[in-house]
Write a protein that binds this ligand. Structure first.
Ligand SMILES: [Zn+2]
Length: 610
């Protein structure tokens, strides 16, 4: 495949020296700060106007419709008012003036939230039957049917006024375990310094730890970093366990107060997802750990290490430093989605043409990558492209999000233009899957092929198996709280160690620090019952990608594009079911297991050629 033979010229880290076609154009949002200021003032006036609608809903169709319409106007304006300073800030986070404007918007949003807090309780005072009659008699109001019915669906877990007041007072304590977790693991953490085999001395922050695990080929260096970092967690392990107990007790308090049978049920109710989806995910994955173990046994052999530990999981099997120039890969990303049709490709090409994407790093720029859905303009993508293979896949990933945004925004009324996390990672994952198949089909270099296969496998182990293991852990720990069992450092470490044994079997050697890794995973503390969605999205995308490239491709393509166009117009399980994915079925999950099995076999064959 065509790859830039020579190293690219050294790029400037000065933003002014980067050509415009590699930078996003924020003038598509506002022409100037004056225009932004005017929109801000308009939003502010609208918020005041909205607050004055309080008490009007029971008067009938027109009043309810007026409230919905004003809310939509404000919502659309808010996207632009927020993203203009926010995107600019991300290109140089040292800019205090822009940061102040960004914070000014956040403060306005907090006021807005207060100004509209009357709406839901007031609407719910009106019997649903009455609202249904209104909707039947007015097509404009009927647009809001799903949103309205969903609000009533959730009503059974809304308390009376006194109860809601208590819950709202208690909510100020709710973030305490997580806030303390960050203070302990970041602000107050003292990261140790180690000396690597090369003589370099490195302070093992989490970022450095990850870098060492991914790049240092001396196992002793990886081990040193692992021990150093995890000893800091061990030193405060009882405190971490106490904080995690706080998370579980808080979740159980909130679930019980609102009348849910379990913490899982409470967490899934908002998106109307049955708990059996998570239980099926965990159960089926547990039955499908054989290819995971086979992969790690293969790694152990190839890496030629005497024992194989968690700190050996992410070092690449082969050394590979091929560069992928940004301009060279855009055509691949577009060609790779040919199965989604020429119109889809044309839209994508438009996105790559300029103005949407901030491609390269510069001083002060935010790290990482994202796609921002700026309603009324177009998606904006932030990248930090450094010509690595990972960057190529990140570009495809974010473009998948952007295409979802475009199709959803142009098809749905504003109220349903936003999609849930439960569906969001399907198009991004699917874009990556199609790109991988495309590149594998064209690459003749056995080293590159092995690297591509490893990339695909690591995606499955990292985005699927690891996240299911995490969900499994969260479920077990929360059940302890639900059953009035104690939650201590020893107990959490025992659960985590058992999970590693259940998933990895003999493929992984455990040491005395492995079991306390739970203390290092921020998701457990800041967003319980969240990560399973990476796994369900992965399974959904794998299913759809397989179908789109298969014999019933045309029908699968239509169902898939309809899914993207459907935004948030239904509950996510229902949206996926319409697209042909049933996450309550073990088969859907098992397809990922089979895919991993196949990829490991292909990797074995490629490695044998080297
Ligand atoms: Zn994503």
């Amino acid at each position: 495949m065509p790859v830039a033979e020579n190293a690219p010229p050294v790029r400037s880290r000065l933003r002014a020296e980067i050509p415009d076609r590699f930078k996003w154009n924020l003038h598509d949002i506002f022409e100037s700060w004056d225009a932004w200021q005017a929109a801000y003032a308009e939003l502010e006036r609208g918020i005041d106007k909205y607050a004055q609608l309080k008490g009007s809903l029971s008067q009938g169709t027109e009043q309810l419709l007026a409230a919905f319409r004003l809310s939509e106007q404000l919502g659309q304006l808010a996207y632009k008012v927020w993203y203009y300073p926010s995107l600019l800030y991300d290109t140089d986070q040292r800019d205090n003036t822009v940061n102040a404007r960004r914070q000014q918007v956040q403060i306005l949003f907090a006021r807005w939230k207060q100004a509209e807090s009357w709406f839901n309780p007031e609407l719910l005072q009106i019997p649903l039957e009455t609202i249904r009659t209104w909707m039947d008699g007015n097509a404009d109001l009927a647009v809001y049917r799903f949103a309205i019915e969903d609000l009533y669906r959730q009503q059974e877990h809304v308390l009376d006024e006194a109860g809601e007041r208590l819950m709202s007072l208690a909510s100020r304590l709710a973030s305490s375990p997580n806030d303390s977790y960050w203070a302990l693991s970041t602000a107050d953490a003292k990261f140790p310094t180690i000396t690597l085999s090369t003589g370099e001395s490195v302070t093992v922050s989490y970022g450095q730890y990850r870098a060492i695990l991914a790049t240092r080929r001396e196992q002793a260096d990886r081990e040193k970093a692992f021990v150093a970092l995890h000893e800091t967690y061990k030193a405060s392990l009882n405190t971490y366990a106490t904080l995690y107990n706080g998370v579980c007790q808080r979740d159980w308090f909130q679930a019980r107060a609102r009348g849910y049978a379990t913490t899982l049920e409470a967490a899934l109710h908002g998106d109307n997802i049955p708990p059996s989806v998570v239980e099926n995910l965990i159960e089926t994955t547990r039955q499908g750990v054989a290819p995971l173990r086979r992969y790690h046994q293969l790694r152990r052999r190839v890496l030629k290490v005497p024992s194989y530990h968690v700190y050996d999981l992410s070092i690449p099997l082969v050394t590979f430093d091929k560069k992928y120039g940004y301009d060279d890969v855009l055509d691949w990303i577009v060609d790779a989605v040919a199965a989604l049709g020429p119109e889809y490709q044309a839209r994508m090409r438009e996105g790559f043409a300029g103005g949407w994407i901030d491609v390269y790093e510069n001083d002060g720029k935010r790290s990482g990558a994202y796609s921002a859905p700026v309603y009324g303009t177009h998606p904006y993508m932030l990248l930090n492209y450094t010509d690595t293979l990972d960057d190529v896949f990140t570009t495809a990933h974010e473009m998948g999000h952007s295409m979802h945004t475009i199709l959803s925004h142009e098809t749905q009324p504003f109220i349903y233009s936003n999609y849930t996390i439960f569906v969001a990672e399907v198009p991004s994952t699917l874009s990556e899957a199609l790109l991988l198949e495309y590149m594998l089909a064209r690459s003749t270099d056995p080293i590159e092929r092995a690297v591509l296969l490893q990339h695909a496998i690591d995606n499955i182990t990292g985005t699927f198996y690891t996240q299911v293991l995490f969900a499994d852990y969260e479920l077990r720990a929360h059940r302890l709280a639900e059953q009035d069992h104690p939650i201590t450092a020893d107990i959490l470490t025992e659960i985590y160690t058992q999970l590693l044994k259940d998933y990895y079997g003999d493929a992984l050697d455990l040491n005395e620090l492995t079991g306390l890794t739970w203390a290092r995973i921020p998701h457990f503390f800041n967003s319980p019952y969240y990560v399973y969605q990476y796994a369900t999205c992965f399974a959904s995308a794998a299913r759809l990608a397989g179908e789109i490239s298969g014999p019933n491709g045309a029908s699968a393509r239509t169902r898939y594009l309809d899914l993207l166009r459907s935004g948030g117009n239904d509950h996510p399980m229902e949206q996926l079911r319409k697209a042909g994915v049933d996450l309550s079925q073990p088969d859907t999950v098992r397809a990922v297991v089979d895919q991993l099995d196949d990829l490991v076999t292909r990797l074995e064959q490629e490695l044998a050629k080297l």
